[in-house]
Design a protein around this ligand. Sequence first.
Ligand SMILES: [Zn+2]
Ligand SMILES: [Zn+2]
Length: 307
Amino acid sequence: MTKRFNLFLVIAALLIALPYYWFLLDNSGSQVPAKPVSMAQLRALAQSMPGARPHAIEIEVPAFQRLPGNLLVAGSGIKRKLVAYMAFRLPVAGGKPIMMESGLAASDAQAIGAEQFKPDVAARVNRALGQAGLILVTHEHPDHLGALVAHGGTALMQAARLNPNQLPPSLWAARLPWRSGEVPPPRLGISAPQAVAPGVVVIPAPGSHTPGSQMIYVQLANGREYLFAGDIASFAQNWQDLRGRSRLIETWFAPQNRAEVFAWLHMVRALKADTPGLTIVPGHDYEWLQDPFNHTGVTIGFKLTEP
Ligand SMILES: [Zn+2]
Ligand SMILES: [Zn+2]
């Protein structure tokens, strides 16, 4: 009887432990070559467009939630991480600001189970979108593109520069509530890094985190360099420790190409090794960005001018 009971305990433990390991801790699959993008290439593109470069990076957080660390950084532990849904504003001297990520709309926040949605902050982000001369997103998930689509309007859609996979009928984009006749034409490619404004370069990463994923390199007017990683590295730990998302998230909730994501994470690490002063901006890691010990140089809060 005892022997049988012990066997039962072992089998029960395996039935729990194995799926737990596989779906939340396993980080295998990282042995892939890095994507071949160099700092020299990014700098040359950033300087290929004459004109004033952005002079700051401002952040607003219209919504957030806390999730177990293992979900977005496999094997990082069950302690909950602050998942911030952010929007970034890059002011340009003598020109219109650039917006990166639109943040999400109230309905998106509800759909993804955000703990907090702050309507006053979302309104500030919407105002910033309205004043922007250029709007970019790292990808087409609702927490990055949602507010742009929900806010809508001709002026906003003219400022939006999206790649074809960030637009309907691409899977995630097609689920967003675009108003009829408002879907802009694709204004970005998906094959090679391209300059989009003085100091700003888009690095397409199609079919990685999502079909329309891209990273964005920024060289500020003072020469400081940033790489917006989007959800290829939602957290600093993703690239620092070379840890992908959990298979639980990757398989069911936000399917992504694991090998492609790892290949881009290798590129991020190679760029950082080449240029230690490069600041990697993780897609959701507000705590890391605002931590004074990390010297990220970002500004908390948009400094909006009156309309
Ligand atoms: Zn996201
Ligand atoms: Zn995403």
